[in-house]
Ligand binder design. Structure first.
Ligand SMILES: NC(=O)c1ccc[n+]([C@@H]2O[C@H](COP(=O)([O-])OP(=O)(O)OC[C@H]3O[C@@H](n4cnc5c(N)ncnc54)[C@H](O)[C@@H]3O)[C@@H](O)[C@H]2O)c1
Length: 355
């Protein structure tokens, strides 16, 4: 088999991580780039040596030389592009979140099932962090026992990126769907992917984007506009699973919090672990509680290495040498949780899922 020819759809910020990682994979040729902003597509094509660039993803998908695509566009386009790509016979790596709604997620799942064995990998990049992978080995070896509780906090004091991120129509929501998706998935993956039973959540729209704040910088989308913001500024939830386990989560774009927080922990009946801010395993030996710090290069999530491993894994799957560890079914289950939090918040009720 020759090199895998890849097309990247959406040439904004996160596409850089895809381009760089593909560039460092010897089995890949970056063949084409697409962006509705044609200038951006052209720029990236030149930078990464892609032969072609397109303004319409339909034209990119019509290129029969392309084996696989990365979808790095706004969330509201993930479903239609993923389905069209599968119909065109391409393997798909789609950025998180899989899409905006459960209905869309189920449509994508159907398209994968009818694709004759094409891979669709959801960009749950934190699964590929060294800290996650090391901990997963301990969990798989039974060192933590049965995990019955997990807790995740991803709090920004100030950090609504604006642009499409702040436009619910294009993003599907704020910090829950943008940041919460990562930490909810991380916990759920390490918990052994139990089926979701119910969700109770709250989304707050109390602080706006706080564009009035001075002397504190934050990441802004290219098309930042202080007057546009339709997404929540914080959300929290308790998620129950069919096996009795539960997950508590809170996330914010802005909150009156002392400092930025990234804390993710899982707790089992034999041991527990902090994954973020740094991997640490907590257990009991000889009637003594032990805190064990693994000697590994990175105790926290390493963005660049994580992306490289995510892309390498995708390429291995495209070559038919592995099954993705981040399949469409997982994207559907996570979408149920995210949509459940928003629905619970709107109705003021706990949302229950059928078996
Ligand atoms: N895995 C991660 O850690 C991570 C981090 C950031 C963003 N993301 C995800 O990546 C995606 C893109 O985010 P971003 O920060 O790069 O946004 P961005 O705004 O920087 O880039 C998005 C690009 O997509 C283009 N685009 C939009 N609709 C298109 C269409 N129909 N066809 C072709 N191009 C189109 C836009 O013109 C833009 O250039 C989002 O889904 C986001 O949630 C993931």
């Amino acid at each position: 088999m020759g090199k895998i020819k890849v097309g990247v759809i959406g040439a904004g910020s996160i596409s850089e991580m895809h381009f760089d990682s593909y560039k460092h994979n010897q089995d890949v040729e970056i063949h084409a780039v697409c962006d509705i902003n044609e200038e951006r597509a052209k720029e990236k094509a030149e930078k990464y040596g892609a032969e072609k660039f397109f303004k319409s993803y339909h034209d990119l998908l019509a290129d029969t030389e392309i084996d696989a695509v990365s979808i790095c566009t706004w969330n509201n386009t993930h479903a239609e592009i993923a389905i069209a790509a599968l119909h065109a016979g391409k393997h798909v790596l789609v950025e998180k979140p899989l899409c905006k709604t459960v209905e869309e997620a189920l449509e994508i799942e159907k398209a994968v099932k009818n694709s004759g064995g094409k891979t669709l990998q959801v960009g749950f990049v934190r699964r590929f962090g060294t800290n996650t992978q090391v901990l997963k080995e301990f969990i798989d070896a039974g060192e933590l026992g049965e995990i019955y509780y997990a807790k995740a906090s991803c709090l920004r004091a100030l950090g609504n990126p604006g642009g499409w991120f702040a436009d619910k129509e294009r993003s599907g929501g704020g910090p829950l769907i943008d940041l919460g998706v990562h930490v909810i998935d991380l916990c759920w993956y390490l918990m052994g992917k139990p089926k979701v039973k119910s969700v109770s959540g709250n989304a707050y729209y109390n602080l706006g984007n706080r564009s009035n704040v001075k002397n504190k910088s934050f990441y802004k989308a290219a098309d930042y506009d202080p007057n546009t913001n339709t997404v929540e500024d914080m959300a929290n939830a308790i998620i129950r699973f069919e096996n009795g386990a539960s997950l508590m989560v809170d996330v914010s774009f802005t909150l009156h919090v002392k400092k930025e927080t990234m804390a993710v922990s899982v707790f089992g009946d034999k041991g527990g672990a902090e994954i973020e801010p740094e991997l640490e395993i907590i257990t009991e030996r000889n009637n003594t509680i032990l805190n064990a710090t693994p000697q590994i290069d990175e105790l926290s999530f390493d963005f660049v290495k994580g992306f490289q491993k995510e892309i390498n894994h995708f390429v291995t799957c495209v070559k038919g040498e592995a099954e993705t560890i981040s399949p469409v079914e997982d994207g559907v289950e996570i979408m149920k949780m995210l949509a459940g939090v928003y629905e619970s918040s709107e109705t003021g009720k706990e949302i229950h899922f059928d078996k």
